[in-house]
Design a protein. Structure first.
Length: 457
């Protein structure tokens, strides 16, 4: 009983023999099994045997970004699906759930922190992500109203050479501040910035962020697909979280080039391969607002309940079908693709591919929307390289790697055709990469086609 109270019990029932009742609030999946004996003269109760308190947890290991020595080595072409990498990360299992609230993101992260104390600081970070996604969702919903201040362009061009909409700038600033004020970040990089920047104050907007107290590095695309907002097409936010190098130190008294060198060393914290990711998430703003995340122990989907104002677990331990007959490409670029990809896609269209089915095409043009559908229904999403853009158009650091992490944790694969996306170490913050991800069997078919093509050469 003392142990029960230690686990935040607020109510307890003495139950008849062979009865089992949930003696905790529905926010916590614990059970107490007890046997009642006769009351003593002072009307207190004694218990015979062992009071069993069990936290229902997943005992098995999961594929994830574990310690560096456990990660797979880089390979030019991986011809077969790699064996899962064991980690110590445990995912909660919820056998008892409130009918009214379900499992909220807050409860989920609290359970993760109890099972994995080393990840407890992520609870604060995901609390900020939770709030930022809700705020961005509201901005997107209101963006087309005549009274909205988010209509039109900012009048500036980002580092990608793209015209910045006011909504891009606002959501970028909103997410930066939400993450910065958690006190858990050391370095932060965004699509809308030329380099990691100061999160506070207009006078220092081009300074590198160095936070000595931060444990993590966050990279993000604040509003992927923002050019589609005017047409009411789904948009999303993509976030990747890495561990911060504790060796990153900047002397507050340094001056000139000495500071620049120290800051450059810390900037390298953002240039990590996807295998170093601690967590990844995306928010999708569509018919509902979805938040899908992985902490290296499976992929979990949450849906925003507007009545409660909470993200509620709606897709526990998501698994992409191993095979499907849906593809999602910008097929107008087909003649510009690599020969092996053209060959594979041609077979899918004619029904002569490995699974013998004719594929249908579903393409939104917004990465988050296309990947979300692919996770649920299976298939292939791709933005490959072509003769015009040999490295594709998706950014490795804050689009390709985080989304590949989520996809792989759901049982899928992600490749450039010749290389696993997760294993590529970026050389610059905004480096682009070809991406083809989705169901295991179809992606393996693409990988095998590229391997055979390379052997010919």
């Amino acid at each position: 009983l003392r142990d029960a109270r230690r686990h935040r019990s607020t109510s307890l029932w003495i139950v008849d023999e062979n009865e089992v009742l949930n003696c905790f609030p529905c926010q916590y999946p614990f059970f107490l099994i007890a046997r009642r004996q006769e009351a003593t003269n002072n009307n207190t109760m004694k218990f015979n045997g062992l009071v069993l308190l069990t936290a229902l947890t997943a005992a098995s290991a999961f594929t994830a970004a574990g310690p560096a020595h456990n990660r797979p080595t880089k390979t030019a072409v991986y011809s077969t699906m790699e064996a899962p990498v064991e980690t110590k990360t445990k995912a909660p299992v919820f056998d008892e759930v409130c009918d009214t609230t379900g499992v909220t993101l807050t409860r989920f992260m609290n359970e993760v922190a109890m099972l994995n104390p080393e990840l407890k600081e992520l609870t604060t970070l995901f609390g900020a992500i939770d709030t930022a996604c809700k705020a961005i969702s509201n901005l997107v919903k209101r963006s087309q109203l005549p009274s909205s201040e988010t209509l039109g362009y900012q009048g500036e061009v980002n580092v990608q050479g793209e015209d910045q909409k006011k909504l891009d700038v606002i959501t970028n600033d909103l997410l930066k501040r939400a993450l910065r004020f958690t006190g858990r970040l050391g370095v932060l990089a965004s699509e809308e910035e030329d380099e990691p920047v100061d999160l506070i104050g207009e006078e220092a907007q081009q300074e590198i962020i160095i936070e000595d107290s931060g444990k993590y590095v966050a990279v993000f695309d604040p509003l992927d697909g923002s050019s589609n907002v005017d047409a009411g097409i789904p948009t999303g936010t993509i976030i990747g979280i890495y561990e911060h190098d504790e060796g990153c130190e900047v002397d507050p008294e340094c001056i000139g080039d000495e500071c620049t060198e120290q800051e450059a060393a810390c900037l390298a914290n953002t240039l990590q391969p996807g295998t170093n990711l601690v967590a990844a998430a995306y928010c999708l703003y569509s018919s509902s607002t979805f938040l899908v995340l992985t902490l290296g122990a499976g992929t979990y989907g949450f849906t925003l309940d507007d009545n409660l104002g909470e993200f509620v677990l709606s897709h526990p331990d998501m698994k992409i079908p191993e095979t499907s007959s849906i593809m999602s490409f910008n097929e107008a670029n087909t003649p510009k693709w690599d020969e092996p990809l053209q060959e594979v896609v041609g077979k899918w269209k004619s029904g002569t591919g490995a699974n013998g089915k004719r594929f249908s095409s579903r393409y939104i043009g917004s990465m988050v929307g296309d990947v979300h559908r692919t996770l649920l229904y299976g298939g292939v999403f791709g933005y490959p390289g072509d003769t015009k853009n040999p490295n594709g158009k998706l950014r490795l650091l804050y689009e390709g790697a985080p989304m590949s992490f989520i996809m792989e944790q759901a049982g899928g694969l992600s490749t450039t055709g010749t290389e696993r996306v997760m294993e590529i170490a970026p050389e610059m913050v905004h480096q682009r990469v070809p991406v083809i991800m989705g169901s295991k069997n179809e992606i393996q078919e693409v990988i095998d086609a590229y391997a055979a093509w390379e052997k010919k050469d």
